[in-house]
Design a binder for this molecule. Structure first.
Ligand code: ADP
Length: 157
């Protein structure tokens, strides 16, 4: 029996994309045939990095890596997921508060679309890594290179 191709959408703000995000995508590739990293755009909220820049950075991280695509979307994640034929939503979990929040969203998404969310626990070494802390450090001119995937360390200034 042939199995349907699996495609996970990994949605997020990725402002900026971190080593924690990179690890979730790479581990996701061992579970899904394809992973689409999808930058959610909220026109009412200005990010630190422009969406185009976030996309460019993520594309750099996965240059030459087969089965990873990068995209952006507006609106509901499940609508976009359906539009691109995603079979699953992929999310990462760091803390119990992540879990409480993500569970509500995942159950809601399942109810309105039938799409399941798969969770991967953060690697212990990435538990403290967050885009918002990186943004705070950058605002005051600190060095964030340890939190960024190697390929984009020189591009984020
Ligand atoms: P959002 O605004 O949707 O939370 P983020 O860009 O902050 O977007 O995160 C996207 C996804 O990556 C979320 O599932 C989040 O839990 C996960 N994530 C963020 N940082 C880490 C990390 N250090 N380790 C594992 N997963 C992470």
């Amino acid at each position: 029996m042939s199995r349907k191709e699996t495609k996970a959408i990994f949605p997020g703000s990725f402002d900026p994309f971190t080593v924690g995000h990179e690890s979730i995508v790479l581990r996701g590739l061992s579970m899904f045939d394809k992973v689409v990293v999808a930058v959610g755009v909220n026109n009412e909220k200005h990010g630190y990095f422009a969406v185009d820049k976030r996309i460019m950075l993520i594309e750099k991280v996965f240059e030459g890596v087969e089965n990873v695509e990068v995209a952006s979307y507006e609106g509901l994640t499940v609508d976009y997921a359906r539009q691109i034929g995603a079979t699953h939503i992929l999310r990462g979990l760091r803390t119990s508060s992540d879990f409480e929040f993500e569970r509500a969203i995942a159950l809601t998404n399942k109810q309105i679309s039938g799409i399941d969310t798969a969770f991967l626990l953060t690697a212990p070494e990435h538990m403290h890594v967050s885009s918002s802390v990186i943004r705070d450090i950058m605002r005051y001119g600190g060095d964030v290179s340890a939190f960024l995937p190697e390929r984009i360390r020189d591009l984020v200034k």
